[in-house]
Design a binder for this molecule. Sequence first.
Ligand SMILES: Cc1ncc(COP(=O)(O)O)c(C=O)c1O
Length: 434
Amino acid sequence: MALAQTDNRAQAATATPATADTALWHSQAFMPRVRSHERVIVKGEGAYVWDEQGNRLLDGPAALWYCNVGHGRAELAQVAAAQMEQLAAYSNFQQIATRPAIELAERLVEIAPVDDAKVFLGSGGSDVVDFAAKLARRTWQVRGRPEKVTLVTRRQSYHGLHGYGTAIAGLEPNRLGFGPLLDDTARVANTDAEALAALIAERGADTIAAFYCEPVMGTGGVILPPDGYLQRVEEICRENEIVFIVDEVITGFGRTGATFASDRFGITPDIMLMAKGITSGYLPLGAAVVSRDLWEPFWAPDSELIFHHGITYSGHATACAVALANLDILEREELVARVAELEPLLEAALRPLESHPLVNEVRTGVGLLGAVEPVEPGLGDRIAAECVERGLLMRTITNGALQVSPPFVVSDGDVEFIGVTLAEALDAVAADRI
Ligand SMILES: Cc1ncc(COP(=O)(O)O)c(C=O)c1O
């Protein structure tokens, strides 16, 4: 059974420098090769990073889709230092809280298109994916409908790799090979809203708790929603009393050229999940923004319920202070509008690659998001390696597609450079194959 997300031998072909055997177990990595071929990143400034060999590389994926405001922001370091000197962290279990956590929750309620919301904070995306699963299932228990338990996702979806995230994964390599996971999950076709309706008809709405949906599927390959898809799945969820969980871990905070993809596509989540761009990765943080219907049973003055969930670093004061400062930068520098401005440039840079004989498909046209999928998954890492040789850091996602999601501070020229470099890298791999 092939469990690797990209071809193992292809990862082995990536031209990274020979290094000493490492003690670090890399994520989603083919360790026999990586253990002595790490690329060590030592510095970042704006849209660029430097590796230990001194190579300056344009950050094509913004690390893991997160460094939205760019690297090396002294302002964020200063905010973190000031908060740490005053109070680095304190828990928010029971009645305790910190001011940055409270202020961040208020700010998210203000900007997120979720009705009359409250906010749960975690340390990253997977944390809040699991929170949402538990809240959706607990909600139906509380409402006296304990049979509504199934969590539905889309094929090729990625919702992190914690317990629930693994069980609901649409990318099979992330789900298979661990023995029994949560039974009550289901996957539907990823761009056909009627597939969700058909699943509900087959299983009964009274068995389904929630539907998770990335507005633009990220790790699955930058799969864009067909016109009307998102609105229709929201409608189906409403008609069938299914909690509509919108995972904006990648798309949140400007990546699609709107503050949230939900704004761009005109949808209203019951629970909106955020991470990554919330701090631009300067510190780990995740957030779930919850609509009134779902928080009220636990918050009403006459409620006797506790939602039994929480993690040590929920609402970490320094992470929250940095998130607030990161949101200030986004606003002050009008970076979301800048993403909208760059969208056609990125499309113009990537679209011509579609005619290259080694390219199966180019997906772009929403914000600073794109993927160039090769005709064979195994080619992806070779193309990425050729890009690195030419000063463009790239990584592969599903089917060996090259992920394009640079920091919002790229120049017009940087965006052109991405297209030109990918074209050269494709030519180099094609020449090598002859
Ligand atoms: C859509 C989506 N949801 C959830 C996650 C999980 O976030 P984290 O890796 O911070 O736990 C990711 C991570 O890439 C993601 O892309």
